[in-house]
Design a protein around this ligand. Sequence first.
Ligand code: NDP
Ligand SMILES: O=C(O)C1=N[C@H](C(=O)O)C[C@H](O)C1
Length: 271
Amino acid sequence: MTDMRLIVLGASGRMGRALTRAIAEIEGVTLAGALEREGSAHLGADAGELAGLGPLGVRVTDDPLPLVAHADGVVDFTAPAATVAIAELAAQARIVHVVGTTGLSETDLDRLDAVARHAVVVRSGNMSLGVNLLAALVRQAARALGPDWDIEVLEMHHRAKVDAPSGTALLLGEAAAEGREVALKDASVRVRDGHTGPRAEGAIGFATLRGGSVVGEHTVILAGAGERVELVHRAEDRMIFARGAVKAALWGFGRKPGHYSMADVLGLQRD
Ligand SMILES: NC(=O)C1=CN([C@@H]2O[C@H](COP(=O)(O)OP(=O)(O)OC[C@H]3O[C@@H](n4cnc5c(N)ncnc54)[C@H](OP(=O)(O)O)[C@@H]3O)[C@@H](O)[C@H]2O)C=CC1
Ligand SMILES: O=C(O)C1=N[C@H](C(=O)O)C[C@H](O)C1
């Protein structure tokens, strides 16, 4: 069988470089293109060299059209505007779009829902196996412990991260809300400052730390009267996300159009 041809969007970014390495190491996929924004200092560079692999003969370009026409999928860990723009092109070409970008607005998500009527979109705030398993455990714990236990999601990332709370923190908050059978938007408390008054009953709180080179750490705290449960994930290497994204692309290849999640890819049941 021929390899699935994948384009990396944001090829010179932290995740873009990891994606190029993952595509080189995983069987059944081949690097078909590398994209960056117009004016990027990396245009014309070899994507393999950017990724520390040596030359692969794939040059970074800012023109998606010829690439999309000859590819089977695009893996995209970039920024919301870039994700929405490539989503339209990927859907027109009926190729798989794997979205790792976080910080998407409700409007952006509506656009992805719309394009997913025509093509496969696989999106997750975290493409690692560990975090998606953690989400299932959080759902279960929130359901089992009930509303008397307070839930807080704490995350820490490197100093260059631009969105907060992280996509993973929101994914874990969603899992907690599902376990409690409430809507996250009605329960979430994303900022506390000044005289806040006592904690609102049923709140799902978020706290954000930024600094240094931390790849990604998430703790879900379930605090009861006199005891506390903490569920933790620590990412040590961006390759966990990159390998997950390539796995998602292979899973989506040939599947019927839809907006899928990493839980779908990994076959994790929503009990
Ligand atoms: N879902 C998951 O598992 C994970 C998600 N992420 C998310 O992935 C995203 C990227 O993270 P990271 O790699 O650390 O960030 P970086 O800033 O290192 O990389 C982003 C890359 O995308 C490029 N880019 C921005 N706009 C465009 C555009 N219009 N067209 C083409 N390329 C563009 C940037 O170029 P330039 O530098 O010129 O702006 C940059 O090269 C973030 O949203 C992050 O939260 C990260 C890790 C895991
Ligand atoms: O920006 C990052 O680095 C990461 N972003 C994702 C998020 O927002 O949760 C996933 C991972 O934690 C790293």
